[in-house]
Design a protein around this ligand. Structure first.
Ligand code: AKG
Ligand code: FE2
Length: 339
């Protein structure tokens, strides 16, 4: 198929799209021995989880991190009690000089020739390694299975999978549901699941804001890229408004320690010095873990926004608030000014 047509079909897709046996990158010929040889000089960090029942998902903050290398990974592949995941690694920062990877990455057959190694992310995991169910806030996702098989469970954006979120967090919204060791009661109202098992050479298109739970059903490697969308600007704007209003609230005279605790992330001590980068899922999960452990409320941005609106209405001239909001928007989201 003409890549331009493929690009259109992918970009317009509102349901997951599975393209079987499509991409044939040279690194797909590599055996585990070839991977071991190619990565032997690389320092790696693995998320180490367990094959055990747990009430909550195995949040990143609860799992251990192990520094090692590919030989360590291979040595532990048959462990019965634990799994290892070199996950969510931007190739721009990791393995970028490994011979063969850069030249292999080619999203052109899908109509995205401009996407290179710098915009791609790699996931290398043993059987059982998984990513708790979440929504990626920005863009849509192209996933290419390189080695082994991987299970994907997908749900439409409006399915209630019990999102967890605290202010100042973006990029991902995690579900409280534990798909790795599920309890039946938690899932009694969950439906509309689409199950996909990815084989090498398959491409999965995950549309904007679809929930996904992902688990390696054997040793597996995949590479993906999130393609930005116009909608991302709205998401960023909403995030910015949330940040701004929360800051306004917690710095006001009316705010007491309880409001601060509820509104701020557990590890944000001082709102004045807070900067707002895009947080990585690891930071996000660590925060969520702390939040869950301390039994602090997890608030959705929408609820927070309405709470903030009420708060502002009762204390400020509405127009003043709007003006501040707009200037804040211009400052923080300078891409808005350029559009
Ligand atoms: O492969 C995984 O474990 C998770 C992948 C994922 O969440 C993504 O590509 O958005
Ligand atoms: Fe994701």
């Amino acid at each position: 198929m003409d890549p331009k047509v493929t690009k259109q079909l992918i970009s317009n897709s509102t349901k997951p799209l599975l393209l079987r046996n499509l991409l044939k990158w040279p690194i797909m010929q590599w055996s585990l021995e070839n991977w071991t040889e190619a990565l032997k000089e690389e320092k790696m960090i693995f998320r180490c989880g367990y094959f055990k029942k747990s009430k909550c998902p195995q949040w990143e903050g609860n799992t251990e991190f192990v520094h090692g290398d590919i030989t360590y990974f291979i040595k532990h592949l048959d462990d019965k009690d634990k799994w290892l995941y070199f996950d969510y690694k931007h190739l721009q920062e990791h393995l970028r000089n490994v011979k063969g990877i850069r030249d292999s990455i080619d999203w052109a057959p899908l109509g995205f020739p401009e996407i290179k190694l710098e915009d791609s992310t790699i996931w290398i995991g043993s059987k059982g390694a998984h990513t708790p169910c979440h929504i990626d806030t920005y863009g849509f996702n192209l996933v290419h299975q390189i080695y082994g098989r991987k299970l994907w469970l997908l749900f439409p954006p409006d399915e209630n999978l019990h999102p967890t979120r605290v202010p100042y967090e973006e990029s991902s919204i995690f579900s409280k549901l534990n798909f790795f060791s599920p309890s039946i009661e938690d899932f009694k109202n969950v439906g509309n699941c689409q199950k996909v098992i990815l084989n090498p050479a398959d491409v999965l298109v995950v549309p904007h804001r679809w929930w996904h739970y992902v688990e390696n059903i054997e040793t597996a490697i995949s590479i993906n890229t999130w393609v930005p969308m116009d909608e991302d600007n709205n998401e960023r704007l909403e995030e910015s408004i949330v940040q701004f209003l929360v800051k306004l609230m917690i710095n006001s005279d009316a705010a007491d320690d309880i409001i601060r605790k509820v509104m701020l992330n557990p590890n944000v001590e001082d709102a004045e010095t807070t900067v707002y980068p895009c947080y990585t899922p690891s930071q996000l999960e660590i925060r969520q873990t702390i939040c869950l452990r301390k039994k602090w409320p997890l608030i959705t941005p929408r609820r927070l926004l309405s709470t903030c609106r009420e708060y502002c209405r009762s204390r400020f001239e509405h127009r003043v608030v709007l003006a501040i909001l707009m200037s804040n928007r211009m400052k923080k989201l300078n891409f808005c000014c350029n559009n």
